[in-house]
Write a protein that binds this ligand. Structure first.
Ligand code: ADP
Length: 274
């Protein structure tokens, strides 16, 4: 972050106005720089697949290709189009989250059904990405989850945030690795949802930046598995709306743990943790 520029003028009627004004200008400049960065990032994320797509269209128009080659090219074009669609979809999700008020506590979802849906998605993704050697996915037993009661919040929003952490673990952990999902109640009533993987791990200098929009440690790996670089930015937004926090612990070469802590007042009807 840039240093805040503060100019202090001794004014004959000095009341601190100059100081405040200068701080405001600096904040505006910072917001403007962030906006410019964001637009540059979005343009880059859309332009790259678009350029590839146009290249394929030109090839199809100009070269005499066999039916087999045409179908291969069309498959590659669909991949690029899908990549653009994912970026636009994630950008719309972010803007919707920023523009809508925080959800109330009116909706209660059983923890069991919330995590069951996350599990189904995680297993489907693992099967899709690593057909020959799927990951070992460990989830809490249904009866353990049933005892955890209900959680407050918008179910779809919460489920996609928790699923996102599981999907990242699946996407970044090599085939045959292990992903373990836990749900634990703290003695003070808070609940901790965590995803542990045996993936590549993340160097400490990257960790504080992972929830920034478009921040990726390894761009090519992210793209290969359909990443937009916006997933954790969305997760952070959703969790903030639910009063929850995200902690990331990781060791290079060993794996990572992403933990979400929900405040006690977001849970009801649970049994004490074991
Ligand atoms: P992406 O779409 O690139 O996955 P995310 O916002 O979900 O974007 O994640 C940001 C970056 O954090 C990823 O590009 C990747 O480098 C890193 N990352 C996220 N989850 C993991 C994980 N479980 N193991 C290793 N790296 C991860």
């Amino acid at each position: 972050s840039r240093p805040v520029r503060i100019s202090v003028h001794l004014h004959p009627y000095g009341d601190g106005c100059t100081l405040l004004l200068s701080r405001d200008v600096t904040a505006l400049e910072q917001a403007e720089a962030m906006r410019r960065d964001f637009v540059a990032n979005v343009s880059h994320e859309i332009r790259t697949p678009l350029t590839v797509l146009i290249g394929f269209v030109e090839t199809l128009q100009t070269l005499p290709l066999s039916a087999e080659e045409r179908s291969r090219y069309l498959g590659l074009m669909a991949q690029q189009a899908l990549r653009m669609q994912n970026v636009v979809q994630d950008l719309l999700t972010l803007s919707r989250l920023e523009g809508s008020p925080p959800p109330g506590m009116a909706e209660w979802t059983p923890v069991q059904s919330l995590l069951q849906r996350c599990e189904d998605e995680g297993r489907a993704l693992s099967a899709l990405l690593t057909q020959h050697q799927p990951h070992l996915l460990r989830f809490p037993a249904p009866e353990v989850l049933r005892a955890q009661g209900d959680i407050a919040g918008v179910p779809a929003e919460l489920q996609s945030a928790l699923s996102n952490l599981i999907n990242n673990a699946v996407r970044y952990t090599p085939a045959g690795g292990c992903i373990s999902v836990q749900w634990k109640r703290e003695p003070d009533g808070r609940a901790v949802f965590s995803v542990h993987d045996t993936g590549p791990g993340i160097a400490p200098e990257h960790i504080p930046r992972l929830t920034e929009r478009f921040y990726r440690v390894d761009r090519s790996r992210s793209r290969e598995t359909g990443g937009t670089g916006l997933g954790l930015a969305i997760v952070k937004h959703v969790l903030q709306r639910h009063g929850a926090t995200l902690d990331i612990n990781s060791t290079l070469g060993k794996g990572s743990a992403f933990s979400v802590t929900f405040p006690a007042n977001r849970l009801r009807g649970f049994a004490p943790s074991t």
